[in-house]
Design a protein around this ligand. Sequence first.
Ligand SMILES: C[S@@+](CC[C@H](N)C(=O)[O-])C[C@H]1O[C@@H](n2cnc3c(N)ncnc32)[C@H](O)[C@@H]1O
Length: 308
Amino acid sequence: MVEVIFATPGLPLDKKFTIEPCNAPSGYKKHPKHTQNTTLHNNSPLYFQPLAMSIPSSPSEFHSGSPLPEACQPHRAETPPIRSYVRRQGKMTTGQRRALAEEAHRWVVPFEGKPLSLSTLFENSHPVVLEIGFGMGETTQAIAQNQPEVNFLGIEVYTAGIGSLLNRINQANLGNIRIIQHDAVEVLEQAIEHSSLDAVHIFFPDPWHKKRHHKRRLIQSGFAALLASRLKPGGILHCATDWEPYAQQMLEVLSDCPLLCNTSEGYSPRPSYRPLTKFESRGLRLGHTVVDLVFSRRLTSPPSQTAS
Ligand SMILES: C[S@@+](CC[C@H](N)C(=O)[O-])C[C@H]1O[C@@H](n2cnc3c(N)ncnc32)[C@H](O)[C@@H]1O
């Protein structure tokens, strides 16, 4: 067992874990900077310092050197696509309409079905956090405002939600958020490079309560593998939900993904950077339990199933 200090890029260290060695495999030691009283360097998403550099330098090296186990293969075109959302029309406020008309050209990035250069997009090389399904953008704004040295790429399909986040960006004068209005599955598959993200946030994804709709839930094994493959080694996948059966599914699916490692035993306490959302407050009022799940991408490739 190793003791590690946990932090979000750009935020003071706020949590100490004792975890299984997967986050500090042999050949790694705790980064000397990471002590209780310091702040992680913003460009330092790895919380461990490799003693000998064994992290693959490219995704192809990672994949060719060590094929992913079947259970955690990234979502592939031949598997049925996940349709995790409905196109909501929703009435837009005047402010949202105005923001869409006047601000979209500054912050909304067209989806072109080809890899994006994140450093070109943000005009810097700060860490990048991708958020899937930001809704009306209240959490995105709060987190991005607190972390000006971190870039946030928000993916959402709901037009009123995009208008709302654009309004917030304008009012709070934020420069570290970009938005893509498209299906997050396709964005991850086609526009996000392997091993390029410092973190992924998925807060209160649609729970799809009915059994016949469970296939529409975002967190399932193929998609978990896709997410993991886009994280940098040591990068963080943070999910939250107020729907207990979905929480259990998330825990099972993410725990089964060989590229990921749970930073807690089971559910995590809410990290201090995530504020309470509207959905969460409603869930709490209804007596739901809200849980967070915080996984990290392993620093080394998982053992191949085919290796002898
Ligand atoms: C239940 S809401 C949660 C909103 C927000 N995260 C919050 O906590 O308030 C889920 C959001 O995810 C969006 N969404 C679902 N599937 C998506 C996908 N595949 N790509 C982009 N957005 C998606 C929906 O449009 C919806 O706004």
